[in-house]
Design a protein around this ligand. Structure first.
Ligand SMILES: [Zn+2]
Ligand SMILES: [Zn+2]
Length: 415
């Protein structure tokens, strides 16, 4: 098992760590292979879908840890928190859905989203979750929690209502073809000014919010409590007093940590006039992140919201170490933390590039056919049934027989 004070440096350094352990402490790497034909212990990686959660354990998976500018190697903000039988998605930033989908979790369980704020690098992949789940078996509407804003048009309800407006063609056509219920979004907007107020409480899980200070009124951070454990999901923020007070002594504290202005100029192509404000006026610098963590003293700290790669991570790590010497992960996508009363273990998830949706126990209703078609006669007259239907007839007849679909044959209804 990787000790908690080894900072996470991504898959490359994981290989380095294995060599390090191989040199003298094989047990620390997960155990000893006693039988040449046996299996190797694998506790330094997490294979999604293979480990049941203990009753008094929280698992957190980073599905996005990067920046608004898209890159293949690192998505924008998203953290999955698993506690008991429930799963909670904290932010669903651009690109993060592919990581979330690789965790072998049925879409029916990926139906609760908590937004820290409404920048697209924190909610940009809501479309993939919404439509992907709709087409992959989620039987119910998506549930989204998020803060109000200083005006109605700056709140989560406005954002979600207008997301559905922007996706109207998608909604109307899928509602007609699949069924409307999974295409709904039930939004719970709460007061962004609430200080440690409960925004969710079910099945032993309590989620509270505190205000964050970032680019305008509205952003929040979340505090998750379960089985006597406390996990804090910090949204984008300048260091703030609410965080210092309410994240104190938590088990796992996730907080943004921005690359310094030199790195923002060099790697992010920002003008210096923007770089030194972006890092340090409406986000949190490495040094300030370290100061926050030294104040609140978590069991384990997680830094995210930076481009985690060879050219950047050591500089930022050194910045943080100027002010904090406690347990620390430099987060990258697919990093996993298991949180128990015994401490926090950090690993990397290993998952399939081409992951499939996983079936759960509930079933989506089949299309009921009563909803009006979104076709008009004009477009239907262009169908080439006389060519396509004979070509696929045998295959579809066999399928209809296997699943008893003869009395609801769409081919008859089309005519
Ligand atoms: Zn932001
Ligand atoms: Zn952000």
């Amino acid at each position: 098992m990787i000790p908690t004070n080894i900072h996470g440096l991504g898959p490359f350094s994981l290989v380095g760590l294995l060599f390090m352990f191989a040199a003298g402490s094989a047990l620390a790497a997960g155990g000893t292979v006693t039988d040449p034909a046996g299996v190797a212990p694998d506790r330094y990686v997490y294979y999604p879908g293979t480990e049941a959660l203990a009753e008094d354990e929280i698992r957190v998976v980073a599905c996005g840890t990067g920046m608004p500018a898209a890159r293949r190697g690192q998505a924008a903000t998203c953290f999955l928190v698993e506690a008991g039988d429930d799963k909670f998605i904290f932010d669903i930033g651009s690109g993060s859905m592919a990581n979330l989908a690789a965790l072998m979790i049925p879409y029916e369980s990926l139906d609760k989203v908590f937004l820290t704020h409404l920048h697209t690098d924190h909610m940009g992949d809501i479309d993939g979750l919404w439509a992907g789940g709709w087409t992959s078996g989620r039987p119910n509407a998506l549930r989204v929690w998020g803060p109000s804003g200083s005006r109605e048009d700056m709140g989560t309800k406005y954002a979600m209502d207008n997301f559905l407006r922007h996706a109207n063609w998608d909604y109307m056509t899928r509602a007609a073809m699949i069924g409307p219920i999974p295409g709904g979004i039930e939004t719970t907007e709460f007061d962004y000014k609430g200080i440690n107020k409960v925004v969710y409480q079910e099945n032993g899980v309590t989620i509270r919010s505190i205000p964050a200070i970032h680019a305008g009124d509205g952003p929040v951070s979340y505090i998750v409590e379960y089985a006597g454990l406390k996990v804090v999901i910090g949204g984008d923020t300048f260091p703030n007093k609410w965080f210092l007070e309410h994240a104190r002594d938590a088990d796992l504290v996730i907080h943004e940590s921005f690359m310094g202005p030199e790195l923002m100029v060099k790697f992010y192509d920002q003008p210096p006039q923007l770089a030194w404000r972006a890092c340090c006026a409406f986000h949190t610098s490495g040094q300030a992140f370290g100061k926050v963590m030294s104040e609140i003293n978590p069991v384990h700290a997680v830094a995210y919201h930076f481009l985690n790669e060879e050219g950047t991570r050591y500089r930022l790590y050194d910045n943080i170490r100027e002010t904090y010497d406690g347990p620390l992960s430099m987060a990258t996508d697919m990093m996993v933390w298991n949180v128990t009363k015994d401490g926090v273990d950090e690993r990397m998830a290993v998952s399939a590039e081409d992951a499939w949706a996983v079936a759960g126990t509930s079933r989506q209703q089949p299309p009921d056919g009563t909803r009006a078609s979104e076709y008009t006669p004009f477009i239907l007259q262009g169908r080439w049934d006389e060519g396509a239907q004979p070509a696929q007839k045998e295959m579809l007849d066999e399928f209809a027989e296997k699943y008893n679909l003869q009395d609801q044959d769409w081919r008859k209804q089309m005519k």
